[in-house]
Structures are given as structure tokens and as C-alpha cells.
Design a binder for this molecule. Structure first.
Ligand code: FAD
Length: 393
């Protein structure tokens, strides 16, 4: 092919629309970057709106895994922060014995965002930007047979962890609380996030799904005791998360982004930054005509591997080890310390081969055998907010 021919092929492919399957943060970030660079983009979304698997719950857009501030990183890629986001510089963590530790950082350790289809959520903010940039978004379009240039962004495949609890209104002052206690959230953590009269309380568990109602009940009681939490109009919510160390993030030669590729922090289940980043990387690969594989392997793989090692360490050190880690985190700048913990180190490199072997297959919660189990994972697909919980009286 002559240089002239190659230029003609590039021009022709630049005019062909890119189809993105899934309008989550990964798909929409990819769409915005492509459309702002002048590429025609069609986003095909199964549900009738964005954020369908979320329920107005607060989530943390983590800000420690990189030296760059996550919102600056988005702006540099051409994604505006037109969604509500509140920097979180401090909070309270509890160990399994109920002792509290104040954690704080000079830089926010995460930004509080809301998920779902309402105004101000991350999902609706990204949708608004995509439409403004000229993206055609087709709702109610479940894709089974994509053709042409496609990016897959369809979210989790299975459940390695579940997070479930309540969203509510309250007069309680703003704050952020987290508890590392296996009686509240086995191998995970329980959290309470309150901002401007709205709150989210949940148990994020990595095993014990079958007893989720019990863990949620204990979580609510724990935070009521420790913080004086009083909820108004509590609505059950919940969802599942999937982690994988992918061998490939291509399907039929097309980029796979976000949680569908397994991109998520295996330690704590932070997936939004991975979703947004991988969407931006896939867009770059299409715009610049470069392979997606080396891009995600360079930018995401070291972090993913460290996450797998950290999860392995977290599981084996037990509650005493976690208490020791909390003491350490509370004595220093927490954001800076978390940054170091998420950087590959001698320890995480040494542990990695065993950790990878341990997590070679989905974690698979042995308690969740789908028989007489009412957990979020067993009920997914049943309805919009099929959580298996009832609102507390
Ligand atoms: C309860 C809960 C709390 C969480 N908390 C945090 C947190 O605090 N911080 C954090 O960083 N992460 C958190 N996560 C994880 C984070 O929400 C996800 O990692 C992130 O949303 C993944 O984005 P995504 O775009 O890959 O997938 P999704 O957000 O799942 O989007 C995928 C989209 O694809 C659509 N779709 C699926 N199949 C098809 C199809 N065949 N055709 C068309 N469309 C399709 C779906 O309807 C959906 O809209 C949490 C997850 C849960 C469940």
C-alpha cells in the first residue's frame, strides 16, 4: 500500500461511526473523547436511561492511585466535571474492636459523587456532555450482534463482591465513616457517607452473600451506635462488582473497557477511575490508530496487579493486621500513604505470583449457592432495585 493509500484508509475509517456498547462511565468517557475529536459515535444502551444499576447512592471517585488529581486527569482528556463532586479530605475509620482512627490528607483521598439517572449524578453529567459533543445515544437497545468498529463497555460479568444497604435523608452532619469488621462486612468494609442531608450506608462484602441482610442490619446498628445516625425514608439499594486480571482486553479485535474487562481495584472495589481511564485510552487508540493493548497494559496493569497483591495481603493479615494498618494510616497523610500502598513495591511484587494463582478464577462466594439465597447477586435482573432487603422500620 502506498503512503497515499494509507492516508485514504485512515480518512475513510475516521468517517465511519464507532459503536460503543454500554452507557456507563467507561462507554460515555470513550464517546465524549471520540466525538470531541470529530469522530461520529453511536452509544447503544440496553436500559432506558443511564445509571440503571445504581440508585442515587454515593460512591468515591478515588484520588490516591496517581500523582495527578483525578478531576484534572479528566479535564486534560476533555471531560468536564459537570456532575456533583465533593472533595473528601478526612474521615473516621473503625477497626474490628470499634476503636476509631481519624484519617486525613492534604489532597482529597476521593471525590464523593452520586450514581444513577438523576440530575447531578456522574452518569447524567457524562450523558449530557456526550450529547453536547454530538454523540447519538440509543436507549432501550440491547446489543447482541455488533458490527463495524465497536467498543464494549457493558459492565460486570459476575459478582466477586456485593455492596448493599440504604440510601436515605437525614439531619445528621456531613461526614465519612468506614469500618473494617468482618461481622459487618466479611473481608470487605462497611461505610457511611453523608452529604448535605443525603446519605448512603452499606456493607461491601467479599464473601457471606447469603447472609447479606444480617450484615446490613449490623452495619446500620453499628453506625447508629458510633455516630448517632438516624435515617429518614431509607430505600434499599445494592449491586455487585467484578474484578479480574485480564489476559486480554480485546473481544473479536475490539477494545473492551471498564468493568467488562475486569478493570477494578481488587482490594476495595474502586472501579470508576479505571472505567473512565480505560474509556479515554480506547478512544486514544482509535483516534491515533495505535494498539489498545500496550496502552492499557502500560497505564492500568501495574495498578491492577498491585490491587490483586493488596487483596491477598488484606485477606491473610486478618483483623489484627488491618488494625495495625489503620493505626499507621492515621498517623500520616492518608492520601500520600495510600498512594504508596498502591504503587508496586518489593512486597507486592513478591506476593504477586501467589496472589495471581489464588485469584486465577472469579472469587466465587461459596456461601452464595443460588439456592434459597436472596442476595443482590442472586436477584440481579429481577427489577430496578432488587436488593433482597426491606426498608427498616
Ligand atoms: C453498590 C456499588 C458501589 C460501588 N462503589 C464504588 C466506589 O465507591 N468507587 C468506585 O470507584 N467504584 C465503585 N463501584 C464500582 C463502579 O460503580 C463500577 O466499576 C463502574 O460503574 C463501572 O463502569 P462501567 O462503565 O464499566 O460499567 P457500568 O457502570 O455497569 O455500565 C455498563 C452499561 O452497559 C449497559 N449494558 C450492559 N449490557 C448491554 C448490552 N448487551 N447492550 C447494551 N448495553 C448494555 C448497562 O445497562 C450499563 O448501563 C461500586 C459498584 C457498586 C455496585
Amino acid at each position: 500500500m502506498t503512503v497515499h493509500d494509507q492516508a485514504a484508509v485512515r480518512m475513510a475509517s475516521a468517517e465511519a461511526p464507532v459503536t460503543i456498547v454500554g452507557a456507563g462511565p467507561a462507554g460515555l468517557a470513550c464517546a465524549i473523547v471520540l466525538a470531541r475529536a470529530g469522530r461520529p459515535v453511536i452509544v447503544r444502551e440496553w436500559h432506558k436511561s443511564v445509571g440503571n444499576r445504581f440508585h442515587g447512592d454515593f460512591q468515591g471517585l478515588e484520588n490516591w492511585s496517581d500523582d495527578r488529581d483525578v478531576l484534572d486527569e479528566l479535564r486534560a482528556a476533555g471531560i468536564e466535571t459537570n456532575f456533583d463532586s465533593h472533595p473528601i479530605h478526612d474521615g473516621t475509620a473503625f477497626d474490628a474492636w470499634g476503636s476509631s482512627y481519624r484519617v486525613c490528607g492534604d489532597r482529597p483521598f476521593h471525590y464523593l459523587v452520586r450514581r444513577g439517572g438523576d440530575n447531578g449524578t456522574l452518569d447524567s453529567g457524562l450523558l449530557e456532555q456526550a450529547i453536547e459533543a454530538g454523540v447519538e445515544v440509543r436507549f432501550g437497545d440491547r446489543v447482541e450482534d455488533p458490527t463495524g468498529s465497536t467498543v464494549f463497555a457493558i459492565g460486570p460479568r459476575t459478582a466477586d463482591a456485593i455492596a448493599t444497604g440504604y440510601v436515605f435523608e437525614t439531619d445528621h452532619p456531613d461526614g465519612n465513616w468506614i469500618a473494617f469488621n468482618d461481622r459487618l462486612a466479611p473481608l470487605g468494609y462497611a461505610y457511611l457517607l453523608i452529604h448535605e442531608g443525603c446519605g448512603t450506608v452499606a456493607s461491601c462484602m467479599f464473601t457471606g452473600f447469603k447472609r447479606q441482610a444480617e450484615y446490613v442490619e449490623r452495619t446500620v446498628a453499628f453506625f447508629a451506635d458510633k455516630t448517632g445516625l438516624a435515617m429518614r425514608n431509607p430505600r434499599p439499594f445494592g449491586g455487585y462488582a467484578n474484578f479480574r486480571l485480564p489476559r486480554t482486553a480485546l473481544q473479536g479485535g475490539h477494545p473492551v473497557i471498564g468493568e467488562q474487562a475486569g478493570f477494578q481495584d481488587a482490594l476495595a472495589g474502586f472501579g470508576m477511575r479505571y472505567a473512565l481511564r480505560s474509556g479515554i485510552l480506547a478512544a486514544r487508540s482509535l483516534l491515533e490508530g495505535v494498539d489498545y493493548t500496550p496502552l492499557w497494559q502500560r497505564e492500568l496493569l501495574p495498578l491492577l496487579r498491585t490491587g490483586v497483591s493488596n487483596r491477598f495481603i488484606y485477606n491473610i493479615v486478618g483483623e489484627r493486621g488491618r488494625r495495625w494498618a489503620l493505626r499507621g494510616l492515621s498517623r500520616v497523610d492518608t492520601t500520600a500513604k495510600l498512594r504508596r500502598l498502591y504503587r508496586p513495591s518489593v512486597l507486592t511484587r513478591l506476593v504477586f505470583p501467589i496472589a495471581r494463582w489464588r485469584y486465577r478464577a472469579p472469587l466465587g462466594d461459596p456461601s452464595c449457592d443460588h439456592a434459597a439465597c436472596n442476595c443482590v447477586w442472586c436477584r440481579h435482573g429481577v427489577g430496578h432495585a432488587a436488593t433482597g432487603l426491606t426498608a427498616p422500620s
